[in-house]
Design a protein around this ligand. Structure first.
Ligand SMILES: NC(=O)c1ccc[n+]([C@@H]2O[C@H](COP(=O)([O-])OP(=O)(O)OC[C@H]3O[C@@H](n4cnc5c(N)ncnc54)[C@H](O)[C@@H]3O)[C@@H](O)[C@H]2O)c1
Length: 253
């Protein structure tokens, strides 16, 4: 596999695992992330990865990053629109407009800017895969997480629509919907939800596992396995799909 792979929000968590696992296959990797410290750590650990501090919601910053990658590579094979933020936890009647907008901006508007560029480049080259990181929050209702669920459901619409727009040009578009993933991010989510509800963190943690048929959270590697599969020739006829990697859930909470 000699892919050229671009990953947003790739300096930590799932995106970083995507970057490392694609790199292991011999792919060239470009990562952007809004967290300058995490980006610095990634470029120290992996100097071969083109890493830039870029906010996906900032059009000028994104254009500079994407132009740089296009100039360096002359095209792109896989674009992982992965940057996301969990947003606030709480009832909608208590939520500030600023918090709502900030969550939707990263998850939806940043994905728009990423996908717009990917579509322009991939349509011309007649090939490519856009891989959007959605969530099981985009498959079910998610009480107290309305902006996040709204944005992730929006990404399902974007995935299916872009698959139709770009399919005739030979470009595939899929989403991965992770369930609860082991790691820092879920620890922050649990802390926020505990603060919003007054419920004990361990009780909330047990509840997330209870709703999973396989009685387990998933790992970033489980998601990277799916990303590598979707980028492989074995998935050449898979497009417009939302692939849940969640141990099977029928409801989040
Ligand atoms: N962790 C989970 O349980 C879980 C579950 C379902 C879906 N997801 C989704 O997976 C994706 C990755 O999340 P993660 O779990 O790796 O979280 P994470 O917080 O570990 O990593 C997200 C990365 O995105 C970066 N980022 C945030 N806002 C950004 C912005 N505006 N511009 C550029 N980069 C930005 C962060 O700095 C961070 O490095 C997100 O889209 C998230 O919604 C995560």
């Amino acid at each position: 596999m000699t892919h050229r792979v671009l990953i947003t929000g790739g300096a930590s968590g799932i995106g970083r695992r995507f970057a490392e696992r694609f790199a292991e296959t011999g792919a060239r990797i470009a990562v952007c992330d809004a967290d300058a410290q995490a980006a610095e750590e990634l470029s120290v650990a992996h100097p071969e990865i083109l890493t830039r501090t870029t906010d996906v919601t900032n059009e000028a910053q994104m254009q500079a990053f994407l132009d740089e990658v296009e100039a360096a590579w002359g095209g792109v094979d896989v674009v992982c629109a992965n940057a996301g933020t969990g947003g606030p936890a709480g009832r909608i009647e208590d939520m500030s407009y600023a918090d709502w907008q900030a969550c939707v901006a990263v998850n939806l508007h940043g994905t728009f800017l990423t996908c717009r560029w990917a579509a322009r480049v991939m349509r011309v080259q007649g090939s490519g895969l856009i891989l959007i990181t959605g969530s099981t929050a985009g498959l079910f209702g998610y009480p107290l997480r309305s902006p996040y669920a709204t944005a992730k459901w929006g990404l399902v619409g974007l995935t299916k629509t872009l698959a139709m727009e770009l399919g005739p040009a030979g470009v595939r578009v899929n989403a991965i919907a992770p369930g609860a993933v082991e790691g820092d991010r879920m620890e922050r989510v649990l802390a926020n939800e505990s603060a919003a509800t007054g419920r004990d963190i361990e009780e909330l943690r047990a509840n997330y596992v209870e709703n999973v048929s396989l009685k387990s959270w998933v790992s970033a590697d489980d998601l990277a396995d799916m990303a590598l599969f979707l980028a492989s020739p074995a998935a050449s006829k898979i497009s417009g799909q939302v692939m849940a990697v969640d141990g099977h859930t029928e409801a989040i909470v």
